[in-house]
Design a binder for this molecule. Sequence first.
Ligand code: CA
Length: 223
Amino acid sequence: MRILIVEDESKTAAYLNKGLSESGFLVDIASNGEDGLFLATNYHYDLIILDIMLPKIDGWTIIKDIRRLHPDARVLFLTARDGVEDKVKGLELGADDYLVKPFAFSELLARIRSLLRRGSTQSSDNLTISDLTIDIIKHKATRGSIRLNLTPKEFALLVMLAQRTGEVLSRTLIAESVWDINFDSDTNVVDVAIRRLRQKVDDPFEKKLIHTVRGMGYVLEER
Ligand code: CA
């Protein structure tokens, strides 16, 4: 498995290189956007870890070119930028996942493994679980023929759950990923957000897709 890291902070790049090499990956590093774009579009990588703020060419531009040339490439944004708008923009542009610095290496590794396991049938722009369809580019979610009217935050939350179908996601992980806040003990905000999302995604329909796993978190799957 070959991974490309596009990262201009040499410390972060070295840390990633060490950790990923020790985990058995072949790693290439580009320290600016121009080199990153060249490597990403001229060589095959199983996964590209992409920073957003980069010298010469930024991550937004790079992912557009990657998506145009290699629609199947898996891309994980790793960035200090936060805010749900950035996250939604990243997902809209075709990122498969998004992790905000600082991060735990174990969390990054878990996400990388999950991305690499993910079947290529699940294209990055469209997610389908049962009769739920999510079009990330068009910002549209439907169940059957019924369009769901979601806020940007609800949409980001649904995308996150759908991209990791069958995986139980903890409240802390959801809070950190969708809101970029460390809630510690107060993850009640996640429960409230999930309840609102359920009212739109599940309540009007017979088949429920969002499930509570007691003591652990939430999972979106067909049961
Ligand atoms: Ca940077």
